[in-house]
Design a protein around this ligand. Structure first.
Ligand code: NAD
Ligand code: DAU
Length: 350
């Protein structure tokens, strides 16, 4: 039986990855390590928590002593590392937290893997999950490929870029068996409502202003979260060691077009007159260092490993809106308490 460590498995993407691996690989023991920050929520994994091949461990990847002991005790065969501080706006107000979790936390995991695998790397694998934001911003044309030079602009993307460099350095220096993927914007169920899509669904539902940064002309390439989880499965099992794979949806939207589409869909679902929800659109001060456009060329992943995005965007967006409208308890739980303070500080500054 193989033992896999998944970090950040109580978060948005991590919970979809944990669910996929626990259900698909009953012969693997899956350990989910998560600090349960504001973004981590065990309610995301209610349906699999009793499975015999699943275990949750609460812990901080920044705590090197704890990580070292955990690896010695569990003797993991593989690591899929998703734990991170993930929200760009929070990184602008608190960069150091992003350095600690995203950089120091990643290096702690690399050290622990190198230590327990010292007798040989055969059959072992350290898979680091990263973002397209490390490549910086595109102009109107072109796509990010695996060869695009790194050019991060936010403290979040700078910290993720740094962690990617450490992962590659451990491969090149110590021969650690690593693989990296860089993915575009994900959407779907269980995403914390600080990110654009769930935040705006929640605000439309509650008739609250929709804070569009700048002119809403920034472009993002949206990918259904289960497509990302499937890509992670393919890359973990078949990706070539030392390689990087880009993952994206070939699905570019300007923020304002996406927001208008969400408004139209929600007018119908909430029984409002067409155009009613659009009146909530409020243009606010732009995000500092706001990248204009992200768009991924994922043809390497398609050509070499046969992965392609499955779901049409409009269908995925419908499903996502329906999920948030149906799961009011989940939404209310995560938006109570500290979330209110965050929201006031972020959007109701005087
Ligand atoms: P998320 O914020 O929803 O979840 C992050 C998880 O990590 C949470 O469960 C949190 O509790 C946990 N965590 C944070 N700090 C920790 C620490 N010090 N120790 C242990 N656990 C800790 O993030 P997400 O959107 O699911 O992103 C997951 C990963 O995917 C991140 O590495 C992110 O950079 C990457 N990524 C995200 C997207 C996206 O669109 N959301 C796109 C590409 C890549
Ligand atoms: O590209 C992958 C990245 O996508 C991931 O690495 C990050 O973890 C994830 O958070 C996401 O980053 P973005 O900054 O692109 O996502 P966010 O949902 O914060 O914003 C999407 C776009 O919407 C962006 O152009 C900023 C804009 N926006 C966002 C918020 C929260 C607004 O206009 N208003 C808002 O209130």
């Amino acid at each position: 039986m193989k033992t896999l460590l998944i970090t950040g498995g109580a978060g948005f993407i991590g919970s979809h990855v944990v669910r996929l691996f626990v259900n698909k690989y009953p012969e693997y023991k899956i350990l989910n390590l998560d600090k349960l920050t504001y973004a981590g929520n065990l309610a995301n994994l209610k349906d699999i928590e009793g499975k015999p091949n699943y275990e949750f461990i609460k812990g901080d990847i920044v705590d090197s002593g704890f990580i070292q002991k955990l690896f010695e005790t569990c003797q993991f065969d593989g690591v899929i590392h998703l734990a991170a501080e993930s929200h760009v706006d929070r990184s602008i107000s608190n960069p150091l937290e992003f350095v600690m979790t995203n950089v120091v936390g990643t290096v702690n995991l690399l050290n622990a893997a190198k230590h327990i695998w010292k007798d040989g790397f055969d059959g072992k694998r350290f898979y680091h999950i990263s973002t397209d934001e490390v490549y910086g911003s595109l102009g109107e044309k072109g796509l990010f490929t695996e060869e695009t030079p790194y050019d991060p602009h936010s403290p979040y993307s700078a910290a993720k870029a740094s962690s990617d460099h450490f992962v590659r350095a451990y491969h090149d220096t110590y021969g650690l068996p690593v693989v990296i993927s860089n993915c575009s914007n994900n959407y779907g169920s269980f995403q914390f409502p600080e990110k654009l899509i769930p935040l705006f669904i929640n605000n439309i539902k509650n008739n609250k202003p929709l804070p569009v940064y700048g002119k809403g002309e920034n472009v993002r390439d949206w990918l259904w979260v289960d497509d990302h989880a499937n890509a992670i499965d393919v890359i973990f099992n078949k990706g070539k060691l030392g390689e990087t794979y880009n993952i994206g949806g070939f699905n570019e939207w300007t923020n304002i077009d996406l927001i208008r589409l969400m408004c139209r869909k929600m007018d119908k679902k909430l029984g409002r007159e067409t155009g009613e929800s659009e009146k909530l659109i409020t243009y606010v001060k732009d995000r500092a260092g706001h990248d204009l456009r992200y768009a991924i060329d994922s043809s390497k992943l398609k050509d070499e490993l046969g992965w392609e995005p499955s779901l049409q965007f409009e269908e995925g967006l419908e499903k996502t809106i329906d999920w948030y409208l149906a799961n009011t308890n989940w939404l209310e739980n995560v938006t109570s308490g500290d979330y209110q303070k965050y929201y006031e500080g972020m959007y109701n500054k005087k």
